[in-house]
Write a new protein. Structure first.
Length: 87
């Protein structure tokens, strides 16, 4: 029986590629599971959205604060007489 070394090498390469594919597939499944779990933990258990809203209200203008700030800033301009240039 004559064994062709090229066929043996090809089979070995195919088996190694299949093994690498299986390994990558397992890593991808673990990554997907971990990403889903982390997302669930951050959004639900840690209530990230509520914490971000709280920070937004604390550090930035809240709903009516912008209008109040605008009116307060206009106080100096509103009390001045109107002048038309050229007359």
């Amino acid at each position: 029986m004559d064994i062709d070394m090229e066929q043996i090498d090809t089979r070995t390469v195919v088996k190694e590629e299949q093994h690498q594919y299986d390994f990558v597939e397992q890593i991808e499944r673990a990554y997907d599971w971990n990403a889903a779990r982390l997302t669930e933990m951050i959004l639900k258990e840690c209530q990230l959205v509520n914490r971000l809203r709280s920070l937004n209200h604390y550090f930035f203008f809240d709903r009516g604060d912008f209008f109040s700030h605008f009116i307060d800033g206009c106080d100096d301009s509103v009390g001045k007489p109107i002048s038309i240039d050229g007359e």
